[in-house]
Design a protein around this ligand. Structure first.
Ligand code: SF4
Length: 272
């Protein structure tokens, strides 16, 4: 039988509000156990058999999602991992690039990511220091794996709005990614180039002469992104502008939602 917050408070916890678990009241602690998966053993005043019995019941209700607080990043990551779980690790190098290596006794995919290498297993994705990537990064990388594409970049650049099924996301791309980057570097194209170089961006301004600055990013081997920047022109009253361009093959590698997450990550890395 499931354990609600009231069940835990009334039937299990000591109700002394001692604060030893880090919460001021037993009720607050019970709420965190039920909705946020806080371990019940964090209350040090429970008998081991009570803890074991509660953990069993709690695990069942966590697995069913009952009363759990919604965490969009966590849900998206679970879904992306589930999507990618049927893929074969050894197939990844020829599809998405990178190579298979053995790390801590386990085979993983060593994948170039911006100017670093990340290590991808079907459980988690870590950087060179063994630190887990943030959840949204893992979401678009697992979705990249699950998308099952293998196309090489075609060097045919398209704006986000040129891809199918982007209508509902175009405003968000402009307002939450392109405009904030433009505002952040307005009047400072050199600062943009420096920030871009820090994450492996390559100056392509001479080749893309329609913009004041053009930078090629390689977040993933088969997923290049071009950033075009037009600086503020006070004389003619133009604000700085940014446009992200994607290779025509990008939807073979990422779903539209994941293109948004990747773009968001570029914004975060540039403007941090
Ligand atoms: S440590 Fe246990 S008894 Fe103390 S406040 Fe937390 S839940 Fe209540």
């Amino acid at each position: 039988m499931a354990l609600s917050v009231i069940d835990l408070y009334r039937d299990v916890l000591p109700k002394t509000n001692c604060g030893d678990c880090g919460f001021k009241t037993c009720m607050a602690f019970a709420g965190m156990v039920v909705s946020e998966r806080l371990p019940i053993r964090n209350c040090p005043h429970l008998d081991a058999d009570v803890v074991a019995s509660c953990e069993k019941k709690l695990q069942e209700q966590y697995d069913s999602g009952k009363w759990l607080k919604k965490n969009p990043a966590k849900d998206a990551l679970l879904w992306a991992k589930k999507r990618s779980a049927s893929m074969v690790l050894e197939d990844l190098p020829k599809r998405i690039g990178g190579r298979i290596v053995t790390r801590n006794g386990t085979k993983v995919s060593a994948l170039p990511y911006f100017n670093k290498t990340i290590f991808v297993s079907f459980d988690t994705i870590v950087d060179e220091d063994g630190l887990e990537l943030n959840m949204w990064e893992q979401v678009f990388i697992y979705n990249h794996i699950a998308q099952n594409g293998s196309a090489e970049p075609s060097n045919d650049w398209k704006g986000f709005s040129e891809f199918p099924n982007t209508v509902s996301k175009i405003k968000s791309m402009e307002a939450h990614i392109e405009k904030p980057i433009a505002d952040f570097f307005s009047g400072s194209p050199d600062r943009l180039l420096l920030a871009a170089k820090r994450i492996g961006g390559v100056d392509k301004t001479k080749e893309m002469d329609s913009a004041d600055v053009a930078i090629l990013f390689s977040p993933l081997p088969k997923v290049p992104v071009m950033l075009l920047f037009w600086d503020v022109d006070q004389k003619d009253g133009f604000e700085a502008q940014v446009k992200l361009l994607f290779d025509a093959t990008v939807t073979q590698h990422l779903d539209i939602e994941s293109i948004m997450f990747l773009s968001e990550r570029i914004y975060q890395l540039l403007c941090r």
